[in-house]
Design a protein around this ligand. Sequence first.
Ligand code: AMP
Length: 503
Amino acid sequence: MSNSNLYQRLASGFSNHFTKVAIETPDGRRWSYRDLDHETARLARFFHSLGLRKGERVAVQVEKSPEALLVYLACVRAGLIYLPLNTAYRSQEIAFFMSDAQPSVFIARPEAKREVEMLARRYNIAHLFDLGPHGTGSLLEQSRPLDTDYPAVPCAGDEIAALLYTSGTTGQPKGAMLSHDNLASNAATLQSAWGFTTADVLLHALPLFHAHGLFVASHCALLSGAKMLFLAGFEAPTVVKYLPRATVFMGVPTYYTRLLAEPALDRQSCAAMRLFISGSAPLREQTFVAFDERTGHRILERYGLTETLMNSSNPLQGERKVGTVGVALEGVAIRIAADTGRPLPRGEVGEIQVKGPNVFSGYWRRPERSAEDFTDDRWFRTGDLGKLDDEGYLTIVGRRKDLIITGGYNVYPKEIESHIDRLPGVLESAVIGLADADFGERVVAVVVKSAAASELSTRSLIDSLKQFVANYKVPKAVFFVDELPRNAMGKVQKNRLREQLGG
Ligand code: AMP
């Protein structure tokens, strides 16, 4: 039987470009594809030497670095389950992940090791190591003497390679179990959809604790033998500085608005670029248009979730329709369904449901949630609301739980936000529903306006909206704020807005 281990599949072409640089950092550190092969072998061997068996979990909460990516690849190579954690998580949150996932190994930032030590003892975690951003710490120290060869542990395609707790903006996190097949099939699909080749240079600015930076970005590059310019995080001036040396960039929409605030971003700085990709949160039409005007690049927007990896993408060749997240990727099926589960015709709004080799098998130790989130015929219920046009392009209109029902009428926040965002002086907006004795919920807008827009008021905003949308959709109240609360992936945290405004 062939080995379906994801590492083996990602690394199948490594030997063709062993001497090529795979990863380079701004401070001049470099790893060739041979180094990647050797270093991940050494680390996999080290995990093996600890007596870890296939399927045990390795939790990692470290700053982004090339070494952190090597640890991920080594876990997969050793048949272990990789569990990345956001560096922003605090003790109480870490305690939850430890008790839920029961990892055998925890890899912490050097400065957090003492704090984690106590928790590790409480949750019987056998091995605790630290790893600093420049490869310092006990993990690499202790593994250094080991040999640099190690065969990828044989795995079946449906065995779990990674456990990613969904960032969600509400509720308790759930661990999405992603298999070797889920990850490998999505990587191959994206590599081909986005035309990655060994000539590409990916400017990698995304975090490694989320599917976007860990899988979508890194896998495309590794599978193609491309080079990654590896930044420790996103800073707009640094990204603009390195763009002339890159061909592809991936980011969340916030990255693009921040890049636009850099005067140095222009056609010249993007001359070597062939592709800008956006996802993880909605890209505003204004951002798309402004970016096109400034750089000559039409940002390619795609759509995915932790649970399904990537589902749809605007095309590399062909029309990139602004406001849509493109068409279903090769091998992925997307349908729109009513609450009853009945598939809806093109043009109608309903829940986006997905099926394909990319879709996860369920949540870690939560069979009841897994059952709720799949239909009887095994379509995954994304919780996103959307519609398909005649050409199969998908538009997301909001989250099912964001849907506002006011006086019995459905209001899709995205529709109202798009209108508000087009008004002069508006930088961005979020529309939410707050509890209302009369209407059940009332529509409320939270708006960030530009410093120059002093004349924009609740009255003028409401009057303008009345020209475009039915009265029941017009916000009953408007709050002006300096900025909208967002999580690490740039998603607006509507639950926080609802809490603050008493919904
Ligand atoms: P996560 O699991 O953190 O990747 O979040 C997945 C959610 O992000 C989806 O269910 C969508 O609500 C949202 N999302 C991802 N990509 C897009 C996009 N291009 N446009 C709008 N929402 C998106």
